[in-house]
Design a protein. Structure first.
Length: 567
């Protein structure tokens, strides 16, 4: 019997972790170790910041000192520019973890001869590497090396020689390059000799900027091939790899309260599932934000943490408005368990909104996230793009067991119409708040359109917002159909009046019946007395007759005895 020889595991490509948030997940470990990586993009796309973070994280987190050789910016300028990210390059240089070197290349000093080469650069770079035992190198930017050279043959030869020299040194290298016209770089050669090529793109659509990262190639390694949004802020460079999330998250059967007791009763008596998604939709002024505020307030009062993303109102407005209905959100903010993030949708593109939300959620670690309202996101993207963003956000939050509530503006008052974002099919629970106009006034009604995995009410409730908070009232079915507001109160008052009159009529009937009962009982008593008198009279006559009969019998016997004695 033949036995198959077990296959030995395939060797994996050694990788140098970048330390950049999200990038190592996309590259499945980092950049190719000991090989050159090309970072290309237009001016202002973030190449230098990317390279500097790769170098600093390597020195501080992975014990890999690095050399940063700049051909454009002076070392003093670099030190000042990255200080805003919290990087103290001066201290890192003193600790011999990083070495900064600026190489000035003047075009007038370059002569296009067959003797042009990079030997001087190799000597200078080799000294810098050996002086601190560098494991990482950054060359920023490579175009400056050949800015005055038009001889393509020499350029190709020296470029290949540079990449081979870096590989021989065994350093993990990041080389930045300016994007060319129709090519990834100006020379159009670097991408072919690099083992890994990453493109940074800064796009402007509808006056909204979006930063996108894409891995063009990665020799010897599996990698993400999608476009990934990235963000450059005060904390540095971060990438959002949520486009690769799968539907494999765990679910919870634990319930959390909505903050409205009657609504919890409509949802089986316990509220929403933890880690689920909730949509509250309705026309303007129906109280969607009030429901969201109540949910946030209840979450904090139950000991949870809540992050509230507001796209329409400032935190101060929401806090003030909620205080008018009995909710003190400021107290939760003071305790550090409630945090607001407020910005107009046009402040970022959709991808950067998603990235910033994920980043803030990862930092704050809330148990509940609220987005109010998601409808405004349509101003910075199409409906399909907003839906794609929300799908990825829901996947991310459910994967971390975070409950999310969305509010959305409905353009019509039709109960069966889906929201413009078309996510009602994606969420676990859908609440619809709508206007109910009757008797010359406007009231609110609340429906539970769906709630997956739990028994829920199919009835409408009147949604009441008052100084004491939010409440749901059973609607009143009158002769003219569903009654709300003053119509309901008037009909209830009318029915209460009818009940009082009915009680009074019943009481009067009861008194009449009682009086007749007493009269009949008196008559019965009188008849009983008459009957007893007649019976006594009859008994007396009967007794007298019996006595007479006995006396006559005795007399008869006495006479008979006397007659016998005379014989």
């Amino acid at each position: 019997m033949d036995r198959k020889t077990p296959k030995s595991p395939l060797p994996t490509l050694p990788k140098a972790p970048s330390g950049i948030k999200g990038l190592d997940e996309i590259t499945e470990g980092g950049l190719p170790k000991g090989r050159p990586t090309l970072i290309c993009g237009a001016a202002g796309s973030g190449k230098t910041i990317f390279s500097m973070e790769f170098l600093v994280h390597g020195a501080l987190e992975f014990n890999e000192p690095g050399v940063f050789m700049a051909f454009e910016e002076h070392t003093e300028e670099l030190t000042v520019n990255v200080a805003s990210l919290g990087f103290d390059l001066e201290q890192l240089q003193k600790d011999k973890l990083i070495r900064l070197d600026h190489v000035h290349i003047d075009r007038s000093e370059i002569e296009e001869t067959g003797e042009y080469d990079l030997n001087g650069l190799f000597i200078r770079l080799g000294y810098a590497i050996d002086s601190i035992g560098a494991k990482r190198v950054v060359l920023d930017t490579i175009e400056s090396l050949f800015s005055g050279l038009n001889n393509q043959a020499i350029l190709r030869a020296e470029l290949r020689r540079l990449f081979e020299w870096l590989k021989e040194k065994g350093v993990t290298t990041v080389i930045t390059g300016e994007k060319g016209d129709g090519t990834l770089t100006r020379q159009g050669l670097e991408e072919y000799v690099s083992d890994c090529v990453i493109l940074l793109d800064h796009r402007i659509n509808n006056k909204i900027s979006t930063r996108i990262l894409r891995i063009i190639k990665y020799r010897g390694s599996v990698h993400g091939t999608n476009e990934y949004p990235f963000l450059i802020d005060k904390e540095g460079f971060s990438v959002l790899p949520v486009t690769s999330l799968m539907l494999s998250h765990e679910v919870s059967s634990q319930r959390i309260s909505s903050g409205i007791t009657a609504l919890d009763q409509m949802l089986g008596g316990e509220g929403f599932f933890r880690g689920g998604s909730v949509l509250v939709s309705g026309t303007a002024g129906t109280g969607k934000t009030s429901i969201a505020g109540s949910f946030a307030d209840q979450t904090c009062r139950d000991g949870g943490r809540c992050m509230y993303f507001a796209f329409e109102e400032s935190p101060q407005q929401i806090i003030r408005n909620m205080s008018s209905i009995g909710m003190n959100l400021q107290s939760h903010i003071d305790k550090g368990i409630l945090e607001f993030q407020a910005a107009r949708p046009t402040f970022h593109g959709l991808e950067l909104h998603l990235l910033s939300i994920v980043k803030e959620v990862t930092r704050f670690k809330p148990s509940v996230v609220i987005l109010d309202p998601i409808t405004n996101l349509v101003t910075v993207g199409s409906v399909s793009e907003v839906k794609s963003l929300l799908i990825r956000l829901i996947d991310f939050l459910q994967n971390t067991n975070i409950t999310v509530m969305f509010t959305a503006l409905s353009l019509t008052d039709t109960a069966t119409e889906q929201t413009d974002e078309s996510i009602s099919s994606l969420v676990d629970a859908w609440l619809l708040v709508r206007d109910i106009e009757s008797n010359g006034e406007r009231n609110r009604g609340l429906y539970v359109m769906k709630s997956r995995g739990m028994k829920h009410s199919n009835q409408i409730r009147e949604f009441v917002i008052s100084d004491s908070g939010l409440s749901l009232v059973d609607v009143f079915i009158g002769p003219e159909g569903v009654l709300t507001g003053s119509s309901r109160e008037a009909q209830q008052l009318l029915e209460k009046t009818g009940v009082v009159l009915w009680d009074n009529a019943v009481s009067r009937k009861d008194r009449e019946i009682e009086r007749k009962r007493m009269v009949l009982e008196a008559k019965i008593a009188t008849m009983k007395e008459e009957f007893e008198s007649v019976r006594e009279e009859l008994n007396k006559t009967y007794i007298e007759e019996e006595l007479k009969k006995d006396v006559m019998e005795k007399n008869r016997k006495e006479i008979a005895r006397n007659r016998d004695s005379r014989k």
